[in-house]
Write a protein that binds this ligand. Sequence first.
Ligand SMILES: Cc1cc2nc3c(=O)[nH]c(=O)nc-3n(C[C@H](O)[C@H](O)[C@H](O)COP(=O)(O)O)c2cc1C
Length: 393
Amino acid sequence: MIRWFTAGESHGQGLMIIMEGVPAALPLSEEYIGVQLARRQRGYGRGGRMLIEQDWAHLMTGVRHGLTLGSPIGMTIENKDWANWQEAMAVEYVENPSQEGRGRRVTRLRPGHADLPGAMKYGFADVRNVLERASARETAARVAAGAIAMRLLEEFGVKLYSHVISIGGVAANVPENIDWDAVEESPVRCADPEAAALMMAEIDAAREAGDTVGGAIEVIAENVPIGLGSHTHWDRKIDGRIAQALMSINAVKEVSIGPGREVVNQRGSLVQDVIEPVTDPDNPWQRKTNRAGGTEGGMTDGMPLVARFGIKPIATLHNPLPSVDLDTGEPVQAHFERSDVCQAPPAGVIGEAMVALVLADAFMEKFGGDALPETRRNYAGYMATVGPRQVYR
Ligand SMILES: Cc1cc2nc3c(=O)[nH]c(=O)nc-3n(C[C@H](O)[C@H](O)[C@H](O)COP(=O)(O)O)c2cc1C
């Protein structure tokens, strides 16, 4: 089992991550994690914050001489922007907090954010106490944790990808064989260059209008072994775990496994994946299609795992929406804080991280092992039994 926690406020000193359950002897470096953090920072439609930050995760615990120790892995990511917020976000008691500039109490509630329910729930008179943690800055910590999960999965041949399938109503015509290098080069992380140009125009038009746009993303995990998760109990089902992980990403409003909603209105004969006769016992259980998105009965079925999620347009608008003041209940314009126009491109990288964390957890649940060689033996032992029962028992 892999457990992980994040801590940190958007304009505080930094983010912290503790991850437990990663086996010993896994090669791991800050550079490897850095690649994923840099991917999250790119993307057309991002705001000014990403120009300030150059995220880097400092590995502080759980790794020695480039190998994990099996002990909790601790990391920190510095917030460069902290330099501008030291007083407004000071940890120490402040007698009379300045009501000028950044220190000013935030009371103009932003619809579509955690502002109102968070202030009510925690009894705050300053919405900053809520928005600092509710901010998607926290997703940098998830990506760092996800990179470690990917590193583990990679040892067993599992690879994760993501691409944007729509932005602001412009849908990609997804090619059968996706060129993943081209997706990485695409400013909107889209596999269809023509649609990508239209998506960028859509982002520009929204920016001009002081507005924002959302989008949809597909995450794919290849070479996932058959049998992760379980049909035996609701909270062990892999599709449910993936749905929760993706839905927990800020602004995500829908999740589906495989084509999701598209299959709902079709006949049953058109939406299953016929199991082919086994001709090669070492490569059994082939399917011609993958309409189930790689899960059946709450378990991975050996096909690529495919999950899609939809992200709403950003709620902070340059032309702020009418709102209400927390102090008086009187009408005001919603608070504006530096903001992105479209977060769909980086959301794909965050989605990959979340799927990797779920798969790594399910992987260690299935194969266990305190050190990587032990996990490898368990994996090989199980994989040797995966075939027609007359051949493998
Ligand atoms: C990568 C990423 C970046 C985001 N950037 C912003 C932003 O700049 N401004 C904003 O208002 N919301 C942004 N959001 C969305 C908000 O964090 C989110 O809508 C808000 O916390 C309310 O949560 P909910 O939409 O899940 O209910 C971002 C989300 C993601 C995934």
